[in-house]
Design a protein around this ligand. Structure first.
Ligand code: HEM
Length: 499
């Protein structure tokens, strides 16, 4: 009995000592770090993140400040939530924070780190980025796909016209996703492969599953020692998805190689295979690199653009006066006798303002993609160690009341007479990020967003299904690598152009 008492006292004392030693070491380590919420032992701040982490981090930043230190499992993290702070990290110290953290899932779907998005900052990333900028996402290349876009958007509008003449409602969200998937597929593969079945799964669903899984917290990414246990089964699922992708990509490449008219590069497969065969690269560039890039272009382009349009059209439906004003602007340029062409988009100032305002409130990459410091540095007097993760809360920056008056309201007119643009120079509006790792697909995405949105607004008036009032439209978010509206948009189109 006495032994037991002594044993428990010793155990209690040891536990208390451990707790204080841990706290002491945390306090020492915190010296020089930015402020932030105190974490739990082991978990750190993981428990503070709910199903919409951008909103949780925004609330925490209101308490702790725009440069906040947190710890997710074993991973020290800086969360940035103001334009001024974002400029420091993405401009002044861009060279330090241009790294990307290792992400278990992406490793498998990127052919063991051969893609651009998740490759570490260095010569390999630089070459891949250059390749994209010079061969895939140039202005000329984007223009060369204009006939394809006109045809696909034309088919989409025709299907909406049929619904209009039948007076039935449509699931506009699903219709737009399928348009986005088709346009991405045609640009990248030259064919609409996404509705094909692979292992009982549609390929487009496999792409979406990867996007969904990538946004889920994976214990192995926060506790590297536990990685090999694959406690949530993520690695297993990513390996299975990677196999589905690989089978399809192999088939697509083989189809291209067998195709008789291959002399002319028409799509991304042709362009990348030509580059591979030319042997011009001074670094290794084989079929695995081609497949990694093809997949990456598909995953990054497929949903991001259409989710952006979904948010914008929903805001317009909530604000009929703004919808009318935009319709008048487009009618002024195009009339009512024909549909909008891409060449009409130039000079549609109000359309630009609507797109900016929608992307301010609803940047689909709410937290961007994580960056990582590649060396120690001091920012704003805070000491930040090498291998610290950096999260830019793009969503919070777009709603910062100290920069944006009445930030929660949708007011495109706030951009009248303002030079603020969304291309990464104005840090209060960075839906595509900024600096070295900013989005190389910006020009393509903006072309698609403006073109499809202009067509939807110009061709149709819209009635909401189920007697929903405009002001009651649900704007809740479903967080992901691409943050979409949680509810699909169901509407009845009413054709408004001359027959
Ligand atoms: C509205 C549509 C889009 C939005 C809002 C968007 C946004 C973003 C954001 C926020 C990032 C992260 C920037 C950072 O790390 O700081 C990013 C990266 C990237 N995006 Fe986009 N994006 C869009 C469309 C596209 C398209 C159409 C493509 C290609 C076809 C694309 C390709 C990429 C790539 C490859 C990266 C990684 C760049 C790197 O790590 O160097 N994106 N995008």
């Amino acid at each position: 009995m006495i032994i037991n008492w002594q044993y428990w006292t010793a155990f209690l004392l040891a536990t208390i000592c451990c707790f204080f030693l841990h706290e002491l070491s945390q306090t020492r380590r915190r010296k020089g770090l930015p402020p932030g919420p105190r974490g739990l032992p082991i978990l750190g701040n993981l428990h503070e993140l709910g199903k919409n982490p951008h909103q949780d981090l925004c609330k925490l930043a209101q308490k702790h400040g725009p440069i906040m230190h947190m710890r997710f499992g074993n991973v020290p993290t800086i969360v940035v939530s103001s334009a001024e702070a974002a400029e420091k990290f993405l401009k002044t110290y861009d060279h330090v924070f241009a790294g990307r953290p290792y992400h278990e899932g992406s490793w498998y779907i990127s052919y063991e780190g051969r893609s651009l998005v998740f490759s570490p900052y260095g010569p390999y990333w630089r070459k891949m980025r250059q390749l994209c900028n010079l061969h895939l996402l140039t202005r000329n290349r984007i223009s060369s796909f204009e006939p394809m876009r006109r045809k696909e958007v034309g088919l989409f509008i025709e299907s909406l016209k049929r619904a209009a003449s039948d007076g039935v409602d449509v699931d506009l969200t699903t219709a737009m996703w399928s348009l986005g998937a088709n346009m991405s597929c045609l640009m990248i593969f030259g064919k609409k492969y996404l509705d094909k079945d692979f292992e009982d799964k549609r390929f487009s669903d496999a792409v979406r599953e990867a996007l969904h899984l990538s946004a889920q917290p994976n214990i192995g990414d926060y506790f590297p020692l536990l990685r090999s246990l694959d406690l949530q089964g993520f690695t297993r699922r990513f390996k299975r998805i990677a196999k589905i992708y690989d089978d399809l990509l192999e088939k697509i490449i083989d189809d291209h190689l067998k195709s008789p008219g291959r002399e002319e590069a028409n799509d991304f497969v042709d362009i990348l295979m030509d580059l591979m065969e030319s042997g011009k690269f001074e670094f290794e560039f084989d079929r695995r690199h081609v497949k990694a890039l093809l997949l990456e272009m598909l995953i990054t382009s497929m949903d991001s653009t259409m989710a952006t349009i979904d948010w914008a059209i929903t805001e317009l439906l909530r604000h009929p006066d703004i919808m009318k004003k935009l319709q008048r602007e487009i009618e002024g340029k195009v009339g009512m006798g024909r549909i909008v062409e891409e060449s009409d988009l130039e000079g549609l100032m109000y359309l630009d303002m609507v797109v900016k305002e929608s992307m301010r409130l609803h940047p689909v990459g709410t937290l961007g993609l994580p960056h990582e410091s590649i060396e120690d540095c001091t920012v704003d007097g805070f000491h930040i160690q090498k291998n610290t993760r950096l999260i830019i809360n793009i969503w919070a920056i777009g709603r910062d009341p100290s920069v944006w008056p009445d930030p929660e309201s949708f007011i495109p007119e706030r951009f009248v007479g303002s030079n603020v643009d969304l291309r990464g120079q104005d840090f209060q509006l960075i839906p595509f990020g900024s600096g070295r790792r900013s989005c190389p697909g910006l020009a393509l995405a903006l072309t698609d967003v403006r073109f499809v949105l202009a067509q939807l607004v110009h061709c149709f008036d819209w009635k909401l299904s189920d007697n929903i009032q405009h002001s009651d439209l649900d704007m809740s978010e479903a967080f992901g690598i691409v943050t979409t509206r949680a509810q699909h948009l169901r509407v009845v189109p009413i054709y408004r152009l001359q027959k």
